[in-house]
Design a protein around this ligand. Structure first.
Ligand code: PMP
Length: 393
């Protein structure tokens, strides 16, 4: 026996279960038509929803800020890594979200982990939607608080759990837009239920910010910090850069600065990333035509795919999963698309429940109607060859 034989068995089993994950290498910029593993592809799997990862204005600001501030931040925010660009971005994000303050984190994963852990301990309880992002679930599990999951988007299920709980602090946590289904949390009902039970509400709007709302304020537009006490957003999706933030009251932000370990003990994102994000934040608000184009692509896709008899989810967002069902069949569809030069990720358990494996199609404002047409034609051909999968939701 050699040191890692038992791990090799685990890996082998994962392959046999069609659950093995592997990476591809991008040889060009993150945009719809790019090069992956040296081959030209048309990709429908990025989170660059507004096409800002390649916007010349964002790139130019990144370049000038790197000349001014250097490449790395060199330290954590609390040592001496907090630059004027970070500070200005925090102030602008606070205004954008209508909150007292915002705090930058290096990734969304760390923002969620750090925030939940800073707010709760074993005297408290956390209530999470069953389909929450892994980082929210991990944050809740690590906090030591009583951990409960309620049925997906089911406020009655949440209400029952809150009614039975007597913990000191109660935090309800939800994705704004669910990352694997693309559907939205029932905000007004959640706010009302939390208020009835004197619970705090945390919304991770990683996929809603930039995409939804008149100016891209996301799913929480119209809900203030007394209704959604903790608003989390990421910068690596619609904003096209990298990092994340939490926005809320002065007390919330000061608590995070004091107690959120993934904030305190990590290097700040490069100042040039903060500077470039300020440019994207401006574009997000000033160019609603990007959201309009995105919505047009989404509507065309939905009506055409439904007409083919394929099963879609209840999603008004750029995340448009096509349900296939079995893991093997989903992989086969994804591979058939790839032979036509189209990249769509196959999402399988444990990321999604068993029997609901899917093609996760995501749209960007940088997709053209002709590119959408190529995807639709390919799906139609594969449906003819393989048949329409039967999926029970
Ligand atoms: N929350 C949600 C809902 C996400 O989808 C993601 C990333 N896929 C994250 C948090 C993590 O964000 P980041 O990639 O910045 O770590």
């Amino acid at each position: 026996m050699s040191a890692f034989d038992s791990l090799k068995d685990t890996l082998e089993q994962r392959k046999q279960d069609h659950l093995y994950r592997s990476r591809r290498t991008l040889n060009a910029a993150q945009q719809p038509e790019t090069l992956i593993d040296g081959k030209p592809v048309l990709a429908f799997c990025s989170n660059d929803y507004l096409g800002l990862a390649n916007d010349p204005r964002v790139i130019e600001r990144f370049r000038t800020a790197a000349t001014e501030f250097g490449v790395g931040s060199g330290a954590s925010h609390l040592v001496n890594g907090h630059s004027a660009e970070h500070h200005a971005l925090e102030e602008e994000l606070a205004i954008f979200t209508g909150r007292d303050r915002a705090l930058l984190f290096s990734t969304g994963y760390m923002a969620n982990l750090g925030t939940i852990n800073a707010l709760l301990d074993h005297q408290d309880a956390v209530f999470e939607d069953k389909l929450n992002h892994a980082s929210l679930l991990d944050g809740g599990l690590n906090s030591g608080a009583r951990f409960q999951r309620y049925l997906h988007n089911d406020v009655t299920s949440l209400d029952k759990r809150l009614s039975k709980d007597q913990s000191r602090r109660r935090l309800v946590v939800t994705d704004g837009v669910f990352s694997m289904d693309g559907d939205c949390a029932p905000m007004a009902d959640l706010v009302q239920t939390c208020q009835q039970h004197d619970a705090w509400l945390m919304v991770d709007d990683a996929h809603g910010l930039g995409c939804l709302g008149d100016k891209g304020q996301g799913l929480c537009a119209g809900f203030d910090q007394n209704q959604v006490q903790v608003l989390m957003g990421t910068l690596g999706k619609a904003f096209g850069t990298s990092g994340a933030f939490v926005a809320g009251s002065e007390t919330l932000i000061e608590t995070l600065i004091q107690f959120a370990r993934p904030y305190i003990y990590t290097t700040a994102i490069p100042p040039a990333v903060a500077a470039a994000t300020r440019t994207s934040l401006h574009i997000v608000q000033q160019e609603p035509e990007r959201r309009a184009h995105l919505q047009k692509l989404i509507q065309t896709f939905r009506s055409e795919v439904a007409a083919m008899g394929l099963v879609l989810m209840d999603s008004p967002t750029p995340i448009q999963p096509v349900l296939i069902g079995s893991e093997a069949e989903t992989l086969a569809w994804s591979q058939a698309l790839e032979t036509q030069g189209i990249l769509v990720t196959a999402i399988r358990p444990p990321t999604v429940p068993k029997g609901t494996a899917r093609l996760r199609v995501t749209f960007s404002a940088s997709h053209t109607e002709a590119q959408l047409e190529r995807l639709l034609t390919a799906l139609q051909q594969i449906a003819q060859q393989r048949g329409i999968p039967e999926v029970a939701l």
